[in-house]
Write a protein that binds this ligand. Sequence first.
Ligand code: ARG
Length: 393
Amino acid sequence: MKGKVVLAYSGGLDTSVCIPLLKENYDFEKVITVIVDVGQAQDEIVKAQEKAELIGDKNYTIDAKTEFVQDYLFPLIKANGNYEGYVLGTAIARPLIAKKVLGVAIHEGAVALAHGCTGKGNDQLRFEAVFRSSDMEVLAPMRDMNLTREWEIEYAREHGIPVTVTREKPWSIDENIWSRSIEGGQLEDPDFIPPEEIFGWTRSPEKGPVAEIIEIGFESGVPMSLNGTRMDGLPLIIELNRIAGIHGVGRTDMIEDRVLGIKARENYEHPAATVLLTAHRDLERLVLTRAELSFKSKVDEKWSELVYMGLLDEPLFNDLNTFIDATQVRVEGTVKLRLYKGSVIVVARSSPFALYSEDLVSFDGSSINQKDAEGVAKYHGFQGRVYQKIIKK
Ligand code: ARG
């Protein structure tokens, strides 16, 4: 018999099935479960704890919500985090969850680490990028055994594990304060229109109430206030999820390229993320130069790709953050947005660092002598005109 194994635990079917499997098939003496609270529904955590107590040997629940916001979501906002249109909710949480699980394993003197990811997705890579920084054995029973959902349900029943997935509700859900992901069942057919019941955070856009204008205040690229009230990141995001969710803001139905190259159909809900990313991008456009904006968009894209792949220990990730932070000093001000039936539109913005000058751009302004532009206009497109003359000869 081997010693202790520490399992990243969610309370879902896959990770629950892992508990008896790690004893029966992998010969571990004790299975220690770790639930990391990154803002998933509180009753899901309670249910997971009850299951862990029922079938596991010892459980740790770690509240990582504030750390998640400060050290992961704030940098994501500054980087306009976005992979192919996905706000990176699951992706950005995995390294933090893995780190907490590893911490418990070291504390417990465990000999192995385990996760419940399959061999098809991205999460196996994100967990293991962190797990393998230790010398402990890394186990992925789901990937190893190539299990089907049917087999798992049967195995769970035999082992007294309460099962909540059914043939009618086969959804695989991953949730944290930044986003909620829904996969599985008929959703795997990209030609299937998702039923309203898969959504938990957003009201159907057509059922949204009358338009509402909200105001977000930013300092150093991160949100500091909502409707004029200063708030910490965590309560601000929670409140914004509620407000924008009522308006049906922040639903995504997309085809996503996984790291392995597999295309997946994904449904997401992320009301606060949509509002904050829309507002942040707009404020950047007010205060950063054209050169900064164009260069930063490439940095943001690379940043998002590294997060999607779970490569937060890559030195480039740190380098990119250093650049991004330098640009964010001036990203300060307020943005007003209109929420209405699934849409969010910026309607006003202001900043003490605005490069925008009403006098310069206005038809009535006086500080620009328009005659000065004539010399620029004479040379604009110069090479193109030379070229056109030559080929016409
Ligand atoms: N496709 C997303 C990602 O790789 C989300 C995966 C979430 N998992 C789930 N079981 N719903 O980040």
